[in-house]
Design a protein around this ligand. Structure first.
Ligand code: CAA
Length: 286
């Protein structure tokens, strides 16, 4: 029962393609469902480029890369995930969309013990679980960006999640080479509950004019040995994603600490979303 060989991934953005890549490298048969053809194509290119980079840096052999690519397939139809034993959804951080996806997965996935995991960073797991006929087999599995690099997965059992689902999910994450920590089903889990107020604090510093983005980032990189400062990190995460997480935390706790600063909201409205849109606190080339 624990020998999961067939994984489904829904959504092929930054997170979905990263999850597909690490799973294919771990030897799994991975099928990625993505409704939009341009997103599926971009996802395939991202995985291929990342594997090629691994070969160039001598971290992977050409055989590893070719085996991983051979284990990956793409579809536009969630129905093609019917034979999967474990599915991770990694679609946009939007409650209605995620509920819709998890409900469809519940209908199409045939294996009665298959697990449906959500890579949400802020939506209550129990809200997704109760939208299905298998609330004991729905769980949060929160990966970090870039997925091939960051070693952590937060495992979040909801109130309805069974102990067996939690155990199998942890074992599965470990098989992907990740270390797990357990978090309660509360907005922000462990990492974002600490990270988001820090990132919002950096935005407030820019907003108030007390320091420039470059100086704030250099301060944290050189002063605290962070691999990247908070504004570069916001650009990596995506300002829209960070805003969505902050809003859900504010909704849950009503703490001013989690309230999105006006500058963040205006930048999102302007489409300055960070690396993915070519402009955030910094400008990025193509
Ligand atoms: N795929 C595979 N490997 C990658 C990679 C990718 N997409 N990006 C970087 N790497 C590897 C590189 O191959 C390199 O490995 P070696 O040193 O062994 O050769 C290593 O990572 C460093 O990469 P680079 O030299 O290209 O760049 P860098 O040193 O500037 O590191 C970084 C880039 C890995 C992104 C690093 O700056 C970092 O770890 N930053 C912090 C990221 C972070 O905090 N992520 C969590 C965000 S929060 C989140 O995701 C949760 C949420 O809900 C918002």
């Amino acid at each position: 029962m624990d020998c999961i060989t067939r994984l489904g991934v829904v959504g092929c953005g930054l997170m979905g393609s990263g999850i597909a890549e690490v799973a294919a490298l771990a030897g799994l048969d991975v099928r990625v469902a993505e409704a939009a053809s341009d997103a599926a194509e971009a996802g395939r290119r991202r995985v291929t480029a990342s594997l090629d980079r691994g070969v160039k840096r001598a971290k992977l052999t050409e055989e590893d890369r070719d085996r991983a690519l051979a284990g990956l397939s793409f579809t536009h139809d969630v129905g093609d995930l019917a034979d999967r034993q474990f599915v991770v959804e990694a679609v946009a951080e939007n409650r209605a969309i995620k509920i819709d996806v998890i409900r469809s997965l519940d209908k199409v996935v045939e294996d009665p013990v298959a697990i449906l995991a959500t890579n949400t960073s802020s939506i209550p797991i129990v809200d997704l679980a109760v939208a299905t006929e298998r609330p004991g087999q729905v769980i949060g599995m929160h990966f970090f960006n870039p997925v091939p690099v960051q070693r952590l997965v937060e495992v979040i059992p909801g109130l309805t999640t069974s102990a067996d689902t939690e155990r199998r999910t942890r074992a599965f994450a470990e098989r992907l080479g990740k270390t797990t920590v357990r978090a309660a089903d509360r907005a922000g889990f462990v990492v974002n509950a600490l990270l988001i107020p820090y990132l919002l604090g950096a935005v407030r510093m820019v907003e108030s004019g007390s320091a420039r983005p470059e100086d704030i980032d250099q301060g944290m990189e050189l002063g605290c040995a962070h691999p990247m400062g908070p504004l570069r990190l916001l650009d990596l995460i995506g300002l829209d994603t960070a805003q969505a997480i902050a809003e859900s935390m504010y909704d849950e706790y009503k703490e001013p600490l989690y309230a999105s600063p006006a500058l963040l909201r205006r930048m999102v409205a302007a489409g300055h979303l960070g690396r993915k849109s070519g402009r955030g606190f910094y400008a990025y080339g193509n």
